[in-house]
Design a protein around this ligand. Structure first.
Ligand SMILES: Nc1ncnc2c1ncn2[C@@H]1O[C@H](COP(=O)(O)OP(=O)(O)OP(=O)(O)O)[C@@H](O)[C@H]1O
Length: 613
């Protein structure tokens, strides 16, 4: 094979593999939509016949709903069986408005989308604070209630008898024209899904799905983002509702059943959730094959179950997800890992290229010596254990402050209280003049409190660069800008500061623990904090990496940043910190300069005596 054809092949392979993924697809990967739509558009020319075109139309309509579902399933990890009920709400709205009130079709369809969106908003409002199976059970209840309401509200819905003679969209009354109308809507949905996965909302959803605590500490409003996603998801399903009503021409409450909701879930999982082609492929596969065996109900059910078992056994990640992974492996083997997308910048030996990180960007210029953070009598109890007991501390701009103590002393809990991750405490705490008690985790991050975690909390399935882009969420360009990305200079600065440039396009889960630590520090910096809480950042770092991080922290301090540092490496901590607090069993047993601390008999007895300081 010639070099040229090899290059073309590998490029095609990588493009296809990436195009099948909707997780942070590349800029040009919308191109995958072209063959999908082209194949769909040509199908009625190959597979003719009213019944067959009807089935293909149903596949397109279900696919629209499946993409709506995938927004919450694939991008938030929420298993909803309420989406068939939402689809039915949209369908009934159209049907009732057109057949009972004589409203024009398009207005009624618009109302169908609106009512479905409102129903989704209602469901989301009730359930968004619940997770995992609690959410699933709530969605189940929503589906059940929808069936009951439609069945019992006979004056409006005709109850269990359903409604006949549903109108078709004006100008689209033939089977084939309804097919192409559905395809137009599906194309719009595909484009919207592509744009969404590349948007700030898409990145935030992935962060929330990976780790809600991490997402909040990056400044992402978790509840509001989920609410937004669920509402968009319902709106997409709402687009399918009126089409479904016109296609079926006779609608009953059973369309909203839990079983129908379960079927939608199956389509997405079989096709491959969180992939651009997955929901359509899933619907086509399951509906297409089961329709082919429509003549016998027994075999139809068996075939449906067979497809589910086969895919779950042999195609983990769904059909499209598995194909994408295989293509990816081929592409990487042929061409090696992708080069970093960010352009190189010249970073000199000093802080010449570093002003992007200056805390002066947050709340005005730093004033060294000014108290930025102050806490009094912080107390946190876990049942009978007092993790933090009556602790008071203050931090001034341009200081690195150490917090030390033996295991279980309460250091991480203290960080949790300050960053907002740990609630239910007493005492007072203020940051930049704001009372922290009233602020949620994401609000504290937005105010300028950044943090790392003792055990790495990262977006493990994403690259270093994608982690940083997500973390820089707060600093995305202003509304109206063409890009959702923070400026390259900012990301470059962080990559260079942390020494991660060469790893920029590597997936985080494949990095060493120390590299992951540095990603954590980079993400905390991407929040552009005025105060940085670092929980054992030097733990696991090689000797050669330690001076780099030390220099970085010193530079940040010189820019006026406050750094609270929990660290067991005493030499590092003592050389960096101007003031040290010592905790033991939740209590503050000493504070002072490093010299005072290393000579304090209480500290030696409680902690340093056991340390090779
Ligand atoms: N979620 C929790 N539920 C119950 N007890 C907890 C919880 N988190 C911490 N604790 C308890 O609070 C005390 C302080 O724990 P914390 O993790 O804050 O200590 P630490 O100083 O950070 O320890 P280490 O250096 O080992 O990380 C310990 O007794 C711990 O068992």
């Amino acid at each position: 094979m010639s070099v040229m054809s090899k290059a073309v092949l590998t490029r095609a392979a990588s493009g296809l593999s990436a195009g099948l993924r909707s997780r942070e697809p590349g800029r040009r990967e919308w191109l995958i939509i072209v063959p999908i739509v082209a194949v769909c558009a040509l199908l009625p020319l190959v597979i003719q016949g009213r019944y067959e075109v009807g089935v293909m139309t149903l596949i397109l309509i279900y696919a629209i709903a499946a993409y709506g579902l995938d927004l919450v399933l694939g991008h938030l990890g929420l298993v909803s069986v309420a989406h068939a009920a939402l689809l039915t709400v949209g369908a009934y709205t159209l049907v009732i408005l057109t057949t009972k009130y004589g409203v024009g079709y398009w207005w009624a369809a618009l109302a169908g989308v609106g009512v479905t969106t409102l129903a989704g908003l209602l469901l989301a409002g009730i359930t968004m604070r619940s997770r995992g199976h609690y959410f699933s059970v709530s969605s189940l209840a929503f589906a059940a209630v929808t069936v009951v309401v439609i069945t019992q509200w006979t004056s409006l819905t005709n109850g269990a008898s359903g409604i006949y003679a549903i109108p078709t969209p004006p100008g689209f009354d033939s089977t084939i024209s309804l097919f192409y109308l559905s395809l137009i809507v599906l194309t719009a949905v595909l484009v919207a899904m592509f744009l969404l996965t590349r948007s700030t909302l898409g990145r935030n959803l992935r962060a929330i799905q990976a780790d809600e605590v991490l997402a909040a500490s990056l400044g992402i409003n978790v509840v509001a983002t989920k609410l937004k996603a669920f509402t968009v998801s319902a709106a997409i399903v709402g687009l399918a509702g009126p089409l479904f009503a016109s296609w079926i021409s006779y609608i009953t409450p059973s369309s909203a059943s839990i079983m129908e909701g379960f079927n939608l879930l199956v389509y997405v999982i079989i096709g491959g959730s969180a992939t651009l082609a997955g929901p359509l492929v899933g619907v086509a596969l399951v509906v297409g094959v089961t329709e082919a065996f429509r003549f016998t109900e027994l075999y139809q059910t068996l075939i449906f179950s067979g497809i589910v078992f086969l895919v779950l056994l042999f195609f983990r990640g769904g059909v499209v997800g598995s194909v994408a992974r295989a293509w990816s492996r081929v592409a990487v083997r042929r061409r090696g890992p992708e080069p970093a997308e960010v352009p190189e910048v010249a970073v000199g030996p000093g802080p010449v290229a570093l002003p992007h990180l200056s805390p002066a960007d947050r709340g005005g210029p730093a004033e060294p010596g000014k108290v930025l953070f102050e806490a009094r009598s912080l107390t946190k109890k876990y049942g009978g254990v007092t993790a933090v007991s009556d602790v008071s501390l203050a931090a001034r701009e341009g200081e690195i402050i150490g917090v030390i103590g033996p295991n279980g002393a309460g250091k991480s809990t203290l960080f949790g209280l300050i960053s907002g991750v740990v609630g239910g405490w007493s005492g007072s705490a203020s940051f930049a003049g704001r009372d922290l008690r009233r602020l949620a985790v994401h609000e504290r991050a937005r105010l300028g409190i950044g943090r790392t975690f003792q055990t790495n909390r990262l977006l493990n399935d994403e690259t270093v660069l994608q982690n940083l882009v997500t973390a820089a969420y707060l600093h995305r360009p202003a509304r109206g800008s063409r890009s959702a990305d923070p400026d390259d200079g900012f990301l470059n600065t962080i990559l260079d500061l942390t020494g991660l440039r060469a790893k920029a396009n590597e997936v985080v889960s494949g990095l060493s623990i120390e590299e992951q630590k540095l990603v954590g520090v980079g993400m905390a910096l991407a929040v552009r904090p005025r105060m940085l809480l670092l929980d054992e950042p030097f733990a696991g770092l090689r000797e050669s990496e330690t001076p780099r991080l030390m220099r970085l922290l010193e530079w940040l301090r010189d820019q006026g940043m406050v750094i609270l540092l929990v660290e067991h490496k005493m030499r590092v901590l003592m050389s960096l910190c101007s003031h040290v607090y010592v905790l033991d069993s939740g209590q503050l047993i000493a504070e002072g300069s490093p010299d005072q601390i290393v000579n304090d008999p209480r500290v030696i007895s409680a902690y340093l005596g056991t340390k090779n300081a």
